[in-house]
Design a protein around this ligand. Sequence first.
Ligand code: AMP
Length: 400
Amino acid sequence: MINLDVNHKNVLVRVDFNVPIKEGQVTDDTRIRAAIPTIQALLEKGAQKIILLSHLGRPLKALNEDGSLNVKKFTLAPIAPHLESLMGKKVIFVPTVSGPQAEKAIADAPAGSILLLENTRFEAGEEKGKSELAEQWAKLGQVFINDAFGTAHRAHASNAILAGFFDAKHKSFGLLMQKEVESAQKVLNHPDKPFTAILGGAKVSDKIMLIENLLDKADNIIIGGGMAYTFMKAQGGKIGSSLCEEDKLDLASELIAKAKTKSVNLLLPVDSIAADAFAADAKTQTVNSKEIPDGWLGLDIGPEAIKEFSDAIKASRTICWNGPMGVFEMAAFANGTKQVAEAVAAATKNGAFSLVGGGDSVAAVNQMGLDDEVSYVSTGGGAMLTMLEGGDMPGISSIG
Ligand code: AMP
C-alpha cells in the first residue's frame, strides 16, 4: 500500500466493520480502530476521497416477516459517528451501497472526504460474488485497498471479485491485512524452531484440517480444551461425561500415529480439573485425564499439564495459539488458559514470535489483559483459522 500512488484519486477501501452493535451503539470497536492506520495513511498520501465498504452480520438470513431487509438491525449508520469520533474527522454515511444515489453522494463530497457506504450484504450479489455488482463498485474509485482480513477466506463481490477489476498498480492490501498476512506467513512458511502450536476449544471436528496442516510444520502440538478428551478416549482412557466426538475416535488415533511418524511431539493434558456438573459452582477435583470418574467431566487442564505445556511453550521460538484450554468463561476453569497465556507472554518476552488467532483464544487473551504481551493477536477468527489450515484465501490471492 505504501508504494501505491493514491494522490488525487478516489480510493475504495474494503474494511471489516462487522462489529457488535446494541441499541445503535458500537459495543466493541476493536475492528474499527484496527482500520484507522490505513485510512490515515491514505489521507496523508493525498487520497481525494476514501470510500469505505464493509459488511455487517448476515442480513439476508434474517429478513423481516414480509421479506424486506431489517435495515434497523443491520445498518452501518451507527459506525459513521463512532469512526468520526475516533478519527476526529467527519465521516459521511451514505445510506445506500450502490447505484446512482451512492454515486451522487461520492461526487458531491468535498475532496479529502471519508465516506462509509451502507452494508455490502444488503446486495444479494455480495455473498454470491457477482461480478456485475463488483463492477459497479469498481467504477467508484481508481484504486482498491483490501483491509478486511476477516473476510479474506471468502470470494465475495466486495473483496476478491472487486479486486479483479484493478491491475497490480491500482490495488493493494491495507496495513492491517498486511500485518495479518505477514504474521500468518511467518508462522507457516519460515518459523524459527522450535515451533509450538497450541490448540484447544470444544471440538476436534473444527480443527482437523488445522492439525493436519500443522503436523507438517510444528515441532510440538499441544492439545487442550474439550477436544483433548476425544484423544484420551481414543487411547483407551476413561473420560466420564467429558466432551467426546465418538465418530472422531479413529481419526484421533490416526493423528496420534501421524504425529509419531513425523516426529512431532503431541502433548495432551496428563491431568484435568474435573467437575460434577457443567456449572461455575460445580464440585471439582484434579484427576488423571484418562481416569475421570463416571458422572464427572474435564473442564480445564490440571497442574501437571500446565507445567508440561508451559515448559514446552517457554522453550519455543515460534508459537501459534488457537482455542482455550478449558471453559475459560467460568473462573473455576480459566486457570489452564490463563497459565498458558502467561507462558506465551513469557516466551514472547524472551524473543519468541507468538500469534494468537482464530477461535476463542483471542477473547481469552484479551480477557486476561495479555493482548499486548504477545506478538500478534489476529482480528479475523474464521479467516485466520482458514489461513493456518492452508486453505484458499481469495481475498489475499486476488491482490497478488
Ligand atoms: P473454539 O470456538 O473452538 O475455540 O471453542 C471455544 C469453546 O470451547 C469455549 O466456549 C470453551 O468454553 C469451550 N471449551 C473449552 N474446553 C472445554 C471443555 N473441557 N469442555 C467443554 N467445553 C470446553
